[in-house]
Design a protein around this ligand. Structure first.
Ligand code: PEP
Length: 248
């Protein structure tokens, strides 16, 4: 039985002072024994966030990292730096990073490999554009993203990965995918993992849905057979996140 995982992607929101206030507000609301809960906060808030969640079951995640250990990469943050401060998860290949910061399937793959080398759990984002959906190539496109993301990743590592299926047209638009659309793609992703590795790996890996999830849509989405929780943007910055985490 896979354990649900619900992660908030705060994006570029909240100063460190505001972040700690929000974490303190959310702490009692997201308390649950039924799911892993992760707050993915901006880099500058990671250290105080790790401190603020001490004594709770909440984990802290970063929203990006670089794939080198150290060196002349001005402005970048390495996996070792994240581990050193107590970060457990890292979002990799979010569509906003692919769109605005030229991330590719190849850089995603390099980052996934590095994250595992350092014991970080990657939340690997995949998902199609509206044009791709309308062209009927959603599954082919997402399968390709998954296959490249997992190149040279072992089955044991893959079992611990999290994949976030996030249709680009649903992110930040208020247009949530139907449960059928979300389940269809998450199920195809699981099938793809089974083809790359084996049935046991596919059964273990956790696949989230992301894209305009709210307290109203969480229960239907998260109760689908292949949907193991969500990656939540806008609604993770509000008390509503507590209702999403406790969706049952
Ligand atoms: C996201 O940023 O990963 C996301 C799903 O955003 P939203 O929930 O706001 O659509």
């Amino acid at each position: 039985m896979r354990r649900k995982i619900i992660a908030g992607n705060w994006k570029m929101n909240k100063t460190p002072t505001e972040a700690i206030a929000l974490i303190n507000e959310l702490k009692p609301l997201v308390a649950t024994k039924d799911a892993d809960v992760v707050f993915c906060v901006p880099f500058v808030s990671l250290i105080p966030a790790v401190e603020a969640v001490k004594g709770t079951d909440i984990a802290i995640g970063a929203q990006n990292m670089y794939f080198e250990e150290s060196g002349a990469y001005t402005g970048e943050v390495s996996p070792g730096m994240l581990v050193d401060i107590g970060v457990k998860y890292v979002i990799i290949g979010h569509s906003e990073r692919r769109q605005y910061f030229a991330e590719t399937d190849e850089t995603v793959n390099k980052k996934v490999i590095k994250a595992f080398e350092h014991g970080l759990t990657p939340i690997i984002c995949v998902g199609e554009s509206l044009t791709q959906r309308e062209q009927g190539i959603t599954i082919d496109f997402v399968r390709q993203q998954v296959k490249i993301a997992f190149l040279n990743v072992t089955a044991d590592q893959a079992k611990n990965a999290v994949i976030a299926y996030e249709p680009i047209w649903a992110i930040g638009t208020g247009k949530v995918a139907t449960t059928e659309q979300a389940e269809e793609v998450c199920s195809a992703i699981r099938m793809c993992i089974s083809e790359i590795y084996d049935v046991a790996t596919a059964a273990a890996i956790r696949i989230q849905y992301g894209g305009s999830v709210t307290a109203a849509s969480a229960a239907d989405l998260f109760s689908q057979k292949d949907i193991d929780g969500g990656l939540v943007g806008g609604a993770s910055l509000k008390a509503d996140f507590g209702k999403i985490v406790n969706y049952k």
